[in-house]
Design a protein around this ligand. Structure first.
Ligand code: 9GP
Length: 812
């Protein structure tokens, strides 16, 4: 099969064929949706020949493949990315113009698939882009949620969640493959049986669903490679239970169908605490069981020697969500393929590797033995056996150290539960954290006993982001400026940005760089005006905090900064004219069940409406909080930012990836020594980064000595005034109760120690103001941020995974 001719005429022809034959409409009567869908089909047509060829090669090829198992992929819009990857952007723009269509309206028409919560899901999307760009044989496996991350709207300043019906207009980038469906079973019981003299166990499940795959193309950047993302959708095994239906009980028949389909109905909108437990475990098992069965049946020939499986595949576990794949692999090898336990375990231990993405204990998933036993009884048996054998090994190594045996046990008591991170650590060939500090803390704290026993398993791979989406597509003007300076090639070799260092000393380049930033602010304004009806002033420092709303990320510290500036002016201690004009942009979704996070959203909006409308500020401070922060909005906000807020409590943010995107787009960071901030600061230098706050050891020491937040409020007048102002009802129409829970939490509880870092944060913000007053100096620092952060390309992360964990090879 060959692709249509890569010319404007060829593209026009293909587009019209798709519009006429697939959509069944003429150009003159086509709606925007018709045109968008025909355009997407056209782009697909150009990619499909390569895709089929790559699939064929991957099947035929003996080289090792990476199966990336992730419950989330936060893909962002596809059209522009696929045009860029296939080198068709210009041709498509001209071809559409010839048909009287503006490509920007097509871009705007696309609904992004929000199949992830935040950083973890976006990282998975960056990684599959890099895997394709580096020509690594790989497949991404996940879930095709019918509803992605909820759409956030604000009502009276408070978050309201709306369903995200991203499939409503059709989904032109996917290919449904019912013929490749797998059956995934649940519940029931286990039994032993005599298999030709060998006593074996087997699982007799109670019910099953069909897992139907949808394939997405993942094109590499202009290298002709197209990998696959395979997302599973749950369907009832028989669409309608005919017998029940014929007997007249169609309600019951439909109920069965709904029950099955629920499994892939909705992305769990939780960032770091597992909830909705049973359905979530169903989702996890559903997609990993389907993926393993898919891989084993599609790729491996019938006579395959399973002992060599580790030479053919590595399953990368993206956080604990897919870890149930470990006992599933054991079940397949032992129960279905009839391997003995030791042989199966030796294979399994080489076929998995585990990435941990958190340090928060509540984000390390734990499943109750009761639930596991009900839903996956055979898997529970297998986990018990893995644990028994592991504890024997611990005993062999450390003797009867009861503390160690208790703390390292995969199955914990009271309440009886399975620690999935421990299971992954015991089973995985490698365990990695996602930034240097995070990996170090994993070894020293969260998984310390495991590190003592098997230090060779632990490694680090610092996260990265794809420069194709987050520089070339999000910031075309900066990309053009860089290309004018360095020539092409830097988008796939991001360390080349180093060559920009000398340009930081070139006044013309600095002026051009500043012009790009100004243009990006105008581009952001276009979006904000259209979307939310407001815009930011040109001369304001743009101070941005966009990420999930979580107490550990400390949006409250940012709020206290704003309230402090406001209080200084309204109390008359500072003249408004002495303020550095600033616009604060927030973007954040809170998990629907996370009350404190939702209160903070309410407070940000409330502070915004007071600050934005108080004439005493003379318009010098503005707070904007566009709802529904997503990848599409990130692509506009990040390139426009001057200041990137990365202010989590040290030791709590595993890595962050937003921090990298900002630095690569020339924003300066104000940040704590946390996650990948540490590496950003080391690379850009202290002069180009605003560091503040306690280090991780200081945090630990303060916590151990007994954190008394009230003492910090006593010691800092401005902090007390700001807290008092919030408590007084100044931002809640005089009602003192609305935000009282936030203030008392900060004063009496707060695990995330906002008040302890307040004074240092305010001082650092003053350094920001002073630095911004020298605009040319600021621009120099911004250029150095871009020049020195090429390390954070996800291509480099993938190379690190290849070298340190996968030992797979690119196949060109
Ligand atoms: O919180 C981490 C974030 O710091 C990291 O950048 C991201 C990707 O590695 O993963 C997040 N973790 C989770 O979402 C849950 O573990």
């Amino acid at each position: 099969m060959s692709s249509p001719p890569a010319t404007v005429d060829g593209f026009v022809r293909e587009f019209l064929v798709n519009l006429n034959l697939e959509r069944g409409v003429a150009l003159s009567s086509a709606t925007e949706t018709d045109k968008y869908l025909a355009l997407a089909s056209t782009v697909r047509d150009y990619l499909v020949a390569r895709w089929l060829e790559d699939q064929r090669m991957q099947r035929a090829d003996q080289s090792k493949a990476v199966c990336y198992l992730s419950a989330e992929y936060l893909l962002g819009r596809q059209l522009d990315n696929n045009l860029l990857a296939s080198g068709l952007t210009e041709i498509a723009t001209e071809a559409l113009a010839a048909c009287g269509i503006d490509i920007d309206t097509m871009r705007a028409h696309e609904v992004e698939p929000g199949l992830g919560n935040g950083g973890l899901g976006r990282l998975a999307a960056c990684f599959i882009d890099s895997l394709a760009t580096l020509s690594v044989p790989s497949i991404g496996y996940g879930i095709r949620y019918e509803y992605g991350i909820f759409r956030q709207v604000f009502r009276d300043g408070q978050q309201v969640e709306k369903p995200d019906a991203w499939l409503a207009l059709g989904s032109p980038w996917e290919f449904r493959h019912p013929e490749a469906a797998q059956t995934v079973s649940f519940a029931g019981h286990t039994e032993t049986y005599d298999d030709d003299g060998v006593l074996r166990s087997r699982w007799v499940p109670a019910w099953s669903v069909r897992a139907v795959p949808y394939n997405y193309m993942v094109p590499g950047y202009q290298n002709g490679r197209v990998n696959t993302l395979r997302l599973w959708s749950a369907e009832a095994t028989k669409a309608f239970d005919l017998r029940t239906f014929n007997s007249g009980d169609y309600v019951e028949a439909v109920r069965a169908q709904t029950f099955a389909e629920n499994i892939s109905k909705v992305l769990y909108p939780e960032d770091s605490t597992p909830q909705g437990k049973e359905l979530r475990l169903q989702q996890q098992y559903f997609f990993v069981a389907a993926s393993i069965a898919d891989y084993m049946s599609k790729v491996l020939p019938d006579d395959f020697d399973l002992a060599t499986l580790p030479d053919r595949v590595i399953f990368q576990l993206n956080d604990t969500h897919p870890v149930i794949a470990v006992p599933e692999m054991m079940r397949v090898l032992v129960d279905e393929r009839k391997l003995d336990w030791d042989a199966a375990w030796a294979i399994t231990q080489k076929c998995f590797a585990y990435t941990c993405h958190t340090l928060l204990p509540e984000a390390l998933e734990v499943w109750s033995v009761d639930l596991l036993g009900r839903l996956l009884p055979r898997h529970l048996e297998i986990i018990y056996r893995i644990n028994d054998e592991f504890l024997l090994a611990v005993r062999e190594r450390f003797g009867d150290d009861e503390r160690r045996l208790r703390d390292m046990s995969i199955v914990s008591e009271n309440p009886a539960s399975v620690r999935m991170a421990y299971l992954a650590t015991v089973a995985g060939a490698k365990v990695n954290g996602v930034a240097e500090l995070h990996s170090q803390l994993l070894r020293e704290k969260v998984l310390h006993d495991f590190d003592e026993m098997m230090p060779e398993k632990f490694t680090n791979v610092t996260n990265g982001v794809t420069p194709r989406r987050f520089m070339r597509l999000a910031n075309p003007e900066l990309s053009d400026l860089i290309t004018a300076a360095l020539g092409t090639g830097w988008l796939t070799d991001l360390e080349r940005l180093r060559e920009l260092e000398s340009y930081a000393e070139d006044a013309d380049f600095r002026a051009a760089f500043a012009d790009v930033k100004a243009a990006n602010k105008r581009r952001l304004n276009e979006v904000l005006l259209a979307r939310d009806g407001f815009a930011i002033a040109d001369d304001h420092l743009l101070d941005v905090m966009v990420k999930r709303l979580h107490e550990y990320k400390r949006q409250m510290l940012k709020v206290l900064h704003i309230v402090t500036l406001y209080e200084r002016v309204v109390s008359g201690r500072v003249a408004a004219s002495d303020l550095q004009p600033r616009t604060f942009i927030f973007g954040a979704k809170a998990a629907p069940g996370y009350a404190m996070a939702k209160r903070v959203i309410h407070l940000i909006n409330a502070v915004g409406s007071v600050v934005n409308n108080d004439p005493r500020l003379e318009g010098r401070l503005k707070v904007v909080f566009p709802p529904n922060y997503n990848v599409t909005l990130a692509e506009r906000v990040i390139p426009a930012a001057d200041l990137s807020e990365q202010i989590s409590l040290a030791g709590k943010e595993a890595s962050g990836t937003g921090n990298m995107k900002f630095a690569l787009n020339g924003a300066l960071t104000i940040g704590t020594d946390d996650g990948a901030n540490v590496e950003i600061r080391e690379l850009v230098g202290d002069d180009n980064f605003f560091l503040f706050g306690m280090s991780e050891p200081e945090v630990e020491a303060l916590w151990a000595s007994g954190y008394r937040p009230g003492e910090f409020a006593q010691a800092d007048d401005e902090l007390r005034r700001s807290l008092d102002l919030i408590s007084s009802g100044a931002f809640s129409g005089g009602d003192r109760s609305t935000f009282e829970p936030i203030v008392s939490n900060l004063l009496y509880d707060d695990r995330f120690m906002v008040l302890a870092d307040y004074t240092a944060y305010i001082a650092a913000q003053e350094r920001v103001d002073a630095a911004y007053a020298d605009r040319d100096g600021w621009t120099r620092s911004a250029i150095l941020n871009v020049a020195r952060t090429g390390f954070f390309s996800s291509d480099r992360s993938i190379r690190d995974y290849i070298d340190r964990i996968w030992h797979a090879q690119p196949v060109r």
